[in-house]
Design a protein around this ligand. Structure first.
Ligand SMILES: *[C@@H]1O[C@H](CO)[C@@H](O)[C@H](O)[C@H]1NC(C)=O
Ligand SMILES: *[C@@H]1O[C@H](CO)[C@@H](O)[C@H](O)[C@H]1NC(C)=O
Length: 401
C-alpha cells in the first residue's frame, strides 16, 4: 500500500485523490439505496446516447428494406421491448449460422467473404470494373536486391496470368521499381526471414485461394530453358499436385530425383545410390521434390501450409514430408523435365546469419538447418505415433522415414 501510494505522487496529492475516491463511493452507495427501484435499463440507456436516426434517409439508401422493418430494428435497438410479441420478434432477428467460418457465426452468410487474393484494385470507378485480368497463378520469390537481374529475368518467364509476389529479406523494396513489373507486384519486406517464414505468414490458403498453382521459388534459379505457361500445361497433363522443374545435371545435384532428364516431359521416380531408398515409392526415390523451386496445386498447398512449423524457418525436412499431403504421392509428385532450370547456388540468405567466434555466418545457418530437420522429423514422428495410438493401430504400420 505504501509503495503504491508513493508511486501516485506526493503525500498531499495522494490524500486528495484518496478522499475523492472515497466520497465518490459513499455517494454512489447512498444513491443506490435511495432509488432501489430504478431499473437498470433506464439507468444505462438514456435515449440521448443514441444518435437520432433519420429514417427517410435510411429508406433512401436501402430502398430494398421496408421502413417498417427498419423501424422495428431501430425500436429494438432502443430497448423498446414493451410486449412479449416484440421480444419474440427480437430473437428472430438474431443471427447464428454454425456453418459460417469459425468466429463469423453472427453474420448472415451472404456477407461472409472467407477468402481473398492479391488482385490490385483502383481507388475510383466501379469495383466490378477494377480487374482487366484475374491472374490464376501465383509466383513468389524470396529475394535480396543483389539478385535483381536474376529475378528480373525469372519474372519475365511468367505471363500476365501470374500474380507476382516478392519477399524481401534485406529490406530493400523501392529500388525494385526500376522494373516495370515491380509496380504491379506485391512486396513484403521483413528483414532476415526465410521463404517458409514468409509463406506461413503471408500465404494462408484462404488468402491465396483463387490461385490454381503457387510457385514458391528461391532467388538463384536460372530460367533460360523455362516457360511458366508451358510448365503448367505439363503439370496439368501429368496430374502433378506438387512439382518442380528439373535441375541442370551439369551443376551437380544432391538428389537423383530432381535431375533433369532428356527426352521426357516429366518423371516421378528414380534410382538412388544403393541403400538410400528403403521403398521405391518413397523419398528420395519417388514422392519427392526439393524446396528450392516447388510448385503446389491449390489443394496441395492447403495441406502443406498446415504442416509448416512457425519456428522451423528453413523448411528442411519438409521435402521428405510433402508426400503426406497427396495420395498416392508417388503419382502426384514429380519433376518436369521439359521445362528445366539451373540452380546457381548463390549463397544468399546464408550470409544473413550471425558471425560467431571463428565461424562464418553461413556455418551457423547451416547448423540450424540440420537441427531443424531433426526437430521436424521428431515432431512428425511423434504426431503420427500419437494419432495412431489413439486409433489403436500398430505404430509400425505408419512409415515415417
Ligand atoms: C493465360 O491463360 C489463358 C487461359 O488458360 C490462356 O489462353 C492464355 O494464353 C494465357 N496467357 C498467356 C500469356 O500465356
Ligand atoms: C497394419 O494395418 C493393417 C490394416 O490397415 C492390418 O491388417 C495389419 O495387421 C497391421 N499390421 C500390424 C503389424 O499391426
Amino acid at each position: 500500500m505504501d509503495i503504491h501510494l508513493r508511486l501516485l505522487g506526493k503525500p498531499s496529492e495522494t490524500g486528495r485523490l484518496f478522499m475523492t475516491a472515497f466520497v465518490g463511493i459513499i455517494c454512489g452507495f447512498f444513491l443506490g439505496i435511495s432509488f432501489p427501484t430504478l431499473s437498470l435499463s433506464k439507468m444505462n440507456l438514456p435515449s440521448s446516447l443514441f444518435p437520432s436516426i433519420d429514417l427517410t434517409y435510411i429508406d433512401d439508401k436501402y430502398s430494398g428494406l421496408s421502413s417498417q422493418a427498419l423501424f422495428n430494428a431501430w425500436a429494438s435497438l432502443k430497448g423498446n421491448t414493451g410486449s412479449s410479441l416484440q421480444l419474440q420478434a427480437n430473437d428472430d432477428t438474431k443471427i447464428w449460422v454454425p456453418t459460417n467460418p469459425r468466429g463469423a457465426e453472427r453474420l448472415p452468410p451472404g456477407i461472409v467473404v472467407s477468402e481473398s487474393d492479391f488482385y490490385l484494385r483502383r481507388l475510383w470507378g466501379m469495383p466490378n470494373k477494377d480487374l482487366s485480368i484475374k491472374p490464376k497463378y501465383l509466383v513468389t520469390f524470396t529475394v535480396g536486391y543483389n539478385q535483381k537481374s536474376n529475378i528480373d529475368a525469372a519474372v519475365k518467364k511468367f505471363s500476365d496470368n501470374f500474380s507476382i509476389m516478392l519477399f524481401h529479406y534485406d529490406g530493400r523494396t523501392t529500388e525494385w521499381d526500376e522494373f516495370e513489373w515491380s509496380k504491379r507486384a506485391i512486396h513484403v519486406s521483413v528483414r532476415k526471414q526465410t521463404k517458409w517464414w514468409y509463406a506461413k505468414r503471408f500465404l494462408h490458403p484462404d488468402i491465396v485461394a483463387p490461385y490454381e498453382y503457387i510457385f514458391m521459388w528461391d532467388e538463384d534459379l536460372g530460367v533460360e530453358h523455362f516457360d511458366a505457361e508451358e510448365y503448367i500445361k505439363l503439370v496439368k497433363k501429368h496430374g502433378l499436385e506438387i512439382s518442380q522443374p528439373g535441375l541442370d545435371p551439369s551443376r551437380g545435384t544432391t538428389w537423383a530425383m530432381t535431375k533433369k532428364r532428356d527426352g521426357t516431359e516429366v518423371h516421378k521416380d528414380t534410382e538412388e545410390k544403393p541403400g538410400w531408398c528403403t521403398d521405391a515409392h518413397l523419398p528420395p526415390c519417388a514422392a519427392f521434390v526439393e524446396i528450392m523451386a516447388t510448385v503446389f496445386s491449390r489443394d496441395a498447398w492447403r495441406c502443406v501450409w498446415h504442416m509448416i512449423q512457425n519456428d522451423l524457418v528453413h523448411g528442411w525436412g519438409l521435402d521428405f514430408a510433402l508426400r503426406k499431403c497427396v495420395e498416392p504421392a508417388h503419382e502426384k509428385i514429380g519433376v518436369v523435365d521439359a521445362q528445366w532450370i539451373v540452380h546457381q547456388g548463390v549463397p544468399s540468405l546464408g550470409n544473413q546469419g550471425k558471425a560467431e567466434t571463428g565461424r562464418a555466418p553461413w556455418e551457423g545457418v547451416r547448423e540450424r538447418c540440420h537441427k531443424e530437420w531433426r526437430m521436424f522429423q521428431d515432431r512428425m514422428t511423434n504426431a503420427e505415433k500419437a494419432y495412431f495410438k489413439v486409433k489403436e493401430v500398430d505404430v509400425h504400420n505408419s512409415t515415417t522415414h
